[in-house]
Design a protein around this ligand. Structure first.
Ligand code: 8YV
Length: 330
């Protein structure tokens, strides 16, 4: 039997490529970064599978890919899938849950600590030679905010949210509030977490962590009126998707002191333009969407995505078909 043809739209770790080459006839993007949209569309006319990390899987793309049967994304988020269009064309979509939970949770704690203790700002301070013998103990210039024993509010209590909760409660003695589509009795029991409405979470939390997937319901879920509810001493952390927040409102909230600071791994759009005020505020820690970026986790994600794609194309049972498209397997 001939192997299914696939296109790989971004460089992937060698073991994942080797696995794919065993089972598929692979063509791949061989430049830096990702293939351009036009370049990608031109490659799709004869492929049955696509391995990707982002970029819309929409009607335009499907129109260029009449043989396409499966799209495997190397990401847990799949907001780039046009689920209706994929359903209509019977194209299976898979993602890579679980394998990145702990790594993303590590990053969220880093953002909380970095923003609260002003790590990047004071790192530059030392490196610029501005540290001089001074008042020491009482020098308020160096003061930050405590993270331990503060109240953490998590918006979106999925697997990553739980990995954050574990660190915050067990390691830092934090109190936990959460807001989610559904209640999680086990999480409440395990972490002493309290389920509450969005407004209450925003009013009471010292750290608000955005961890919800981007869906039509969560797009720009946090707006100016929400920042107005937060404590002026609170920090806003986003490691999900930039579009879950009205970014101009976040900028205004920071500029007018509605909140004390932010830690951001995601932006809208990405990368942010250099004149985005968020890039120029000392109380905002910015990162280039690196939530899952460790060698081990990126390898695990790529391997899982490869297995998903091979299973989908060879009559197996792909472990991670996204819930909205599972009916296509029936
Ligand atoms: C990136 C992520 O997608 O998994 C997700 O949803 O946001 C990240 O892990 C990853 O950088 C793309 O490979």
């Amino acid at each position: 039997m001939s192997k299914p043809k696939i296109y790989i739209s971004k460089a992937i770790p060698e073991p994942a490529l080797a696995y794919l080459e065993q089972h598929c006839e692979c063509r791949m993007w061989n430049g830096q970064g990702a293939a351009s949209r036009q370049g990608l569309l031109a490659e799709l006319h004869d492929v049955e599978g696509l391995l990707t990390t982002g970029g819309p899987i929409n009607r335009e793309l499907l129109d260029h890919a009449h043989k396409l049967r499966a799209v495997s994304s190397i990401s847990v988020g799949y907001n780039h899938f046009d689920l209706e269009a994929m359903k209509a064309r019977r194209v299976i979509g898979t993602n890579t849950p679980h394998v990145l939970d702990e790594t993303v949770a590590d990053l969220v704690l880093s953002l909380m600590l970095s923003a609260a203790r002003r790590i990047p700002e004071l790192d530059s301070f030392v490196k610029q030679g501005r540290w001089q013998r001074g008042k020491g103990l009482t020098d308020e210039y160096f003061f930050g905010m405590d993270v331990h024993h503060q109240t953490l509010g998590i918006i979106g209590m999925g697997r990553i949210g739980e990995a954050i909760a574990k660190r915050a409660v067990d390691g830092f003695g934090m109190s936990l509030l959460y807001h989610n589509r559904s209640r999680k009795p086990e999480t409440e029991e395990r972490f002493g977490a309290r389920y509450c409405g969005l407004d209450e979470l925003l009013r009471e939390s010292d750290f608000v962590v955005m961890m919800t997937p981007l869906t039509p319901e969560t797009e720009r879920m946090i707006r100016l009126e929400h920042f107005e509810m937060m404590k002026p001493t609170a920090f806003f952390i986003n490691a999900s998707r930039g579009k879950t927040v009205d970014e101009p409102a976040l900028i205004q909230a920071l500029q007018t002191g509605l909140i004390r600071g932010a830690g951001l791994d995601v932006f809208d759009p990405e990368p942010p333009s250099l004149d985005n005020p968020l890039l120029h505020m000392p109380n905002v820690v910015t990162l280039p969407h690196i939530g899952s970026a460790t060698a081990k986790t990126r390898l695990d994600m790529a391997m899982l995505a490869a297995r998903n794609l091979v299973a989908a194309l060879t009559g197996g049972h792909p472990p991670n078909v996204v819930p909205e498209l599972r009916e296509l397997l029936e």
